[in-house]
Design a protein around this ligand. Sequence first.
Ligand SMILES: [Fe+2]
Ligand SMILES: [Fe+2]
Length: 321
Amino acid sequence: MTAAAPTVEELAPRTEEEVREHLASGKLVEGLTHMSPEYLKGIRRILTVSADTELISAPAYLRAAQHAPALNNFGSAVSIIQDELAHAHIGYRLLADLGVPKDGLIYERDPGAFKYPYAFDVPLDSWYEMVLANALYDQAGFVLLSDVHQSSTFGPWKRALAKVDKEETFHLRHGRTWVKKLCANPEDKRRLQASLDWMFILTLEWFGLPDERKKHGIQLEYGFKGMSNDELRQTWMAAVVPFMDEVGLRVPAHFDADSDRYVIDCPFPAAFDAEAKRWLLDDGPISWEDVMVRWKARGPMNHDYVGRLQRGYRGQIAIAA
Ligand SMILES: [Fe+2]
Ligand SMILES: [Fe+2]
């Protein structure tokens, strides 16, 4: 028999004003006793997105790792997957401390309730896509988590991210080393380019709605994040676009010296054919409302990946019953 879960009001005793004063005096929030209900809701939301993203990358990368050219390359991919599972564990552990039981989050949620970026719903089907995911998706993870690491006011997460940041650096370096190596061969380079054509734009979307559409209010105020969506997207492009230029791969973005920012050179946001893994750029840009319809419906791999993660648990329950 389980008692009803305590409410956020019961768990987080401080008022919003007390939290603001605590933060203004330069202290970090160390646990529930320092939190207000709003703070608790906000930190739970961002931790869930982060933990879900780390977790889903494991089955996504495992699928792609099957295409490793040699056993030792498969080993490198598996060690990345192991890191991602550990990163997910950090997030779910912290959520458990904040009153959200881990089993319910990982094993009992519907696939559609997971909160990771849509990009992971599109299958990675080759070693080219594996290493590009490291160069693009892990770079996005690195940009987002470095921002949290710097700005977060939640002490336990801030400290844990020091280790996560280092490992993400290893992942994206793995991607870049391979991209460089594959670019030396024209046929490999052609195939990389074909995958980059859909993966680059999908990662641009990762950072979410543009600033004029998205109110960050509490996220920035309570220091859950430091940069806005557009600033994060710019930071990601500043890392990825020069690298792709250097290796001779084309991306639909360039640095504009006049405005001192990166500019996207294709219709954005755009419609995406997830089965064909192809952007319908000839149709021109679409609205963010349309993008959100696609995100909400989730993509081709959502059920498969979540099903894999939950399979053993469901089996155990069946045996116990
Ligand atoms: Fe990670
Ligand atoms: Fe990673």
